[in-house]
Ligand binder design. Structure first.
Ligand code: NDP
Length: 331
């Protein structure tokens, strides 16, 4: 098996020297174990946080061990009655082509008619659920709300824009980092307005895109985007603080928003969340998403990098914005 390990803790942007690719001989299958050939391996922004030795909601990656994370594959050998050969399985073993472990660490999932398995790693999986939970349980979006989504052209962002519309948002505004992404937001994902945050001041661009103010902010970016949202909020506005990717690879502390007092004067609610603590919403999400999907109401994009040996490139490219929709490695 080809595995990718973390060997040193990056400061600022990771480099290839922080990782090592190793060939590992798999042992004979023990009772209760299965062997899986991965088809798609996920690279996700939260993994950057796990490369630091810092307090967080998940433990740091251990040095010299395989990078853990979401992946989907097929069982090629089984010594377990629960997880038969041929089954499609989702798991968290992460960055490798083959994986062998106790059957209990794999979840058998049905194939989705007419759709690739990879969707279970994004729109029908973790990032889709994140968008759904953030809008509903956290930001308590209501029909008619004006919703602003930062990082709108990524995996969570493309899901959030569509779900907001399907749940009856009045106006959905998104920001992303290129003209192509901005065009896609309005043409493919149903956003009413979108802007490129690299074109200039986020405050001014948001004010123009949401002249009536915003009621809900779904934040993937933090920094100047959060500050702009605090300026644009209507009274009783609500934010789901989902990510702060503008700060994941910085080595210096970022300045705080200069307009925090708006939280008081406008009676705003800002709530951070991690999806792993809201899995009780997963069955409801799966049911609704399956219905929306079957009705043809859901679009998605994947940016696919081929070959497990290119996983680190895929991860770094995703952090730089090379992806539209979900960044994936096809094994
Ligand atoms: P994306 O598919 O959105 O990929 C990351 C994107 O971030 C890039 O494509 C890039 O797009 C954008 N980006 C990178 N640097 C910056 C920057 N400095 N300013 C603005 N945008 C930047 O990843 P995900 O959809 O998987 O994740 C999106 C966010 O959601 C992340 O912050 C992640 O940590 C968070 N998240 C949180 C979860 C939770 O439970 N709270 C669960 C899953 C994700 P662009 O070209 O537009 O710059």
């Amino acid at each position: 098996s080809t595995q990718i390990q973390l060997v040193s803790r990056p400061s600022g942007w990771p480099t290839h020297d922080d990782f090592r690719t190793v060939q590992v001989e798999l042992a004979d299958l023990q009772p209760g174990e299965v062997r899986v050939r991965n088809e798609f391996v996920s690279v996700d922004p939260y993994m950057r946080g796990r490369m630091n030795d810092a307090r967080s909601y998940v433990a740091p990656y251990a040095l010299g061990e395989q990078i853990q994370g979401g992946a989907i594959g097929r069982v090629i050998a089984s010594a377990s009655d629960d997880v038969p050969e041929g089954a499609v399985v989702l798991h968290q073993h992460g960055w490798s082509d083959l994986v062998q472990a106790d059957a209990g660490t794999f979840r058998v999932v049905p194939e989705i008619p007419g759709a690739p398995l990879s969707l279970r790693l994004h729109i029908m999986g973790m990032t889709g659920l994140t968008a759904y939970v953030g809008l509903t349980a956290i930001a308590k979006m209501r029909e008619g709300d004006t919703v602003f989504i930062s990082g709108a052209a990524g995996a969570v962002g493309t899901a959030a824009g569509q779900i907001a519309k399907l749940l009856g948002a009045g106006r959905v505004v998104g920001s992303a980092g290129s003209a192509e992404k901005v065009a896609l937001l309005t043409e493919k994902y149903g956003y009413d307005a979108a802007f490129n945050y690299k074109d200039g001041d986020v405050r001014a661009q948001l004010a123009e895109a949401a002249p009536g103010g915003i009621d809900v902010f779904f934040d993937n970016v933090g920094g100047d985007h959060l500050e702009a949202a605090l300026d644009a909020f209507n009274d009783d506005g609500r934010a789901a603080l989902c990510g702060a990717i503008s700060q994941y690879n910085t080595s210096e502390a970022a300045p705080g928003p200069d307009n925090m007092a708006n939280i008081i004067t406008r009676a705003l609610t800002l709530e951070g969340f991690t999806v792993g603590k809201h899995l009780q919403h997963a069955p409801e999400f799966q049911e609704r998403m399956a219905q929306w999907f079957a009705a043809g109401d859901i679009a998605y994009d994947e940016t696919i990098v081929d070959g497990i040996e290119h996983t680190v490139d895929a991860f770094l490219d995703m952090m730089r914005g090379a992806n539209t929709g979900k960044m994936l490695v096809r094994v």
